[in-house]
Design a protein around this ligand. Structure first.
Ligand SMILES: [Zn+2]
Ligand SMILES: [Zn+2]
Length: 382
């Protein structure tokens, strides 16, 4: 005899709400109640069947298991006669806990059954430390001491968490498993052990400095080597320099997140640097040498060709940033910004006017350019 679907038993649909389940059960219970069915020998079994269906479906956890696995979720050792409800709840729960063991076995993988105290040495957390460096420092690299607030092994108890240095003992509540299993109706539920918080061990006389944690909060000075070429977003991992583990567990890692501060002169793009260099109008026109500052703190001579326009870009090879990994150095690009002279003396004005006259005489195209601009504007106005 195969088992009927619990929803069918209660005369409800699969997506039934808690209310509908309750209603369906009440209707069936009334209908099948033994007092009303003295002449119907099947009613008693059907009544038990409805009870069983209700027991499962009214409990969200059991309902979920049933929705997922069907009767198989509860059927482990029944087989054979399989009379619904016939075995009583005892059989159900033991059968079901087998299934649940399997589920936990799968879900929790190796965490289980690895002997006592597997959680004894919980690894410490990884830490993040934000470090802002100048572009000059990013260029040359630097050694820097940083103060990291972190948890370190307690010195009073040497990280054991016990006041008298005694070894922690196995937790009696969970027998060192770190988990306790509770029978809830048909179900066996696993929880973190409340006595030892999952550590699997307890400490009889907790260390007063660290309250049995085996670690204390402390600011730690660390010397960090920042390599040349770091950029904003570069992460430097210091293995084992993170938070100390619980009760002597391994420490986490420390990650230093680099932010390179904006530079007042240079813009950076990867390994290349860009900067604007102002040049006087006469230098741009006549050409000449200028000196530009470089990121290494020195200066470089740059030849400006005669007749350079504003916006002209020039490259200084290998005057950029070093590449973080591997060889190579970026370039430095300068962009000329030709400056129009201001606050002219009368003599300078005179010279420029003379220059202007000469320009127009020498270069009739420039005259025709201005007249074409003028006629353009006139056209706009008209
Ligand atoms: Zn301590
Ligand atoms: Zn425990």
């Amino acid at each position: 005899m195969s088992k009927r679907d619990y929803y069918d038993v209660l005369g409800i649909s699969k997506g039934a709400s808690a209310d509908e389940i309750k209603k369906g059960y009440r209707t069936k219970a009334k209908e099948l109640h033994p007092d009303r069915n003295s002449d119907n020998p099947k009613a008693e079994d059907q009544f038990k069947e409805a009870n069983e269906a209700h027991e499962i479906l009214k409990d969200p956890e059991k309902k979920a298991a049933y929705d997922r696995y069907g009767h198989a979720a509860f059927e482990g050792g029944m087989g054979g006669g399989g009379r619904p409800g016939g075995g009583g709840q005892g059989d159900f729960s033991s059968a079901f806990s087998d299934v649940f063991d399997d589920l936990f076995g799968d879900f929790m993988g190796g965490q289980r059954g690895g002997g006592g105290g597997r959680n004894r040495a919980a690894r410490g957390s990884d830490l993040r430390f934000n470090l802002r460096v100048s572009l000059e420092d990013a260029f040359s690299g630097l050694q820097k001491t940083i103060n990291v607030p972190t948890a370190v092994n307690c010195s009073s108890c040497e990280g054991t968490g016990a006041d008298d240095g005694a070894e922690p003992t196995g937790c009696p509540t969970c027998s060192g498993m770190g988990k306790v299993r509770a029978q809830q109706g048909f179900f066996t539920v696993e929880r973190t052990c409340p006595t030892c918080s999952g550590m699997g061990q307890i400490i009889k006389n907790p260390c007063s400095s660290c309250a049995g944690q085996g670690r204390v909060e402390k600011e730690r000075a660390l010397s960090v080597n920042i390599p040349a070429g770091v950029e904003t977003g570069t992460r430097i991992r210091l293995s084992g320099e993170g938070e100390a583990g619980m009760r002597g567990g391994p420490s986490g890692d420390l990650y230093i997140f680099i932010e390179v501060a904006k530079h007042k002169l240079f813009e950076r793009e990867g390994a290349n640097l860009f900067c604007n260099v102002p040049v006087s109008m006469s230098s741009a026109a006549l050409g000449g040498d200028i000196e530009v500052p470089t990121i290494d703190g020195g200066r470089s001579r740059v030849k400006i060709p005669a007749g350079s326009q504003s916006g002209r870009q020039m490259r200084l090879r290998a005057k950029g940033m070093p590449a973080l990994r591997g060889a190579g150095t970026g370039d430095m690009f300068i962009e000329l910004a030709v400056e129009t002279p201001v606050n002219l003396t009368s003599r300078q004005k005179e010279l420029l006017m003379e220059f202007e006259d000469l320009s127009e005489d020498n270069n009739p195209e420039s005259k025709s350019f201005f007249s074409s601009v003028k006629s353009f504007w006139d056209g706009m106005k008209g």
